[in-house]
Design a protein around this ligand. Structure first.
Ligand SMILES: [Zn+2]
Length: 108
């Protein structure tokens, strides 16, 4: 499985390491190598990825086709709504099946 990193984050990390390692003005050889690496990172083709949406399930009760009439009383069915898109499900899952939100946020 591929892993992705932030171009800005790695650029900032390398620059901090360079500042820590080299004197100012920087010595020639090593610094130019770092400049080449930073240039490669800047020009490398970006992967086609989407940001992860972190959300939670909202507990609700449904009165839909799964609701039962019992002695004249409407029985509601427990369910959950996606905190991102509002999609309804009867059982929680690690990701919303509609929008793909990752359900790892504690319920507020
Ligand atoms: Zn969703």
């Amino acid at each position: 499985m591929s892993e992705y990193i932030s171009r800005d984050a790695i650029h900032t990390k390398i620059e901090k390491e360079v500042e820590r390692y080299f004197d100012d003005p920087a010595p020639a050889d090593g610094y130019y190598l770092v400049e080449d690496v930073l240039s490669e990172i800047e020009n490398f083709t970006a992967a086609d990825v989407a940001p992860v949406v972190h959300e939670h399930w909202i507990k609700v009760q449904f009165a839909d086709s799964k609701a039962l009439i019992n002695d004249g009383n409407l029985c509601l069915t427990d369910g959950f709504l996606c905190g991102s898109c509002g999609h309804s499900v009867y059982e929680k899952s690690p990701y919303c099946p509609r929008c793909g939100a990752k359900m790892d946020v504690e319920t507020p």
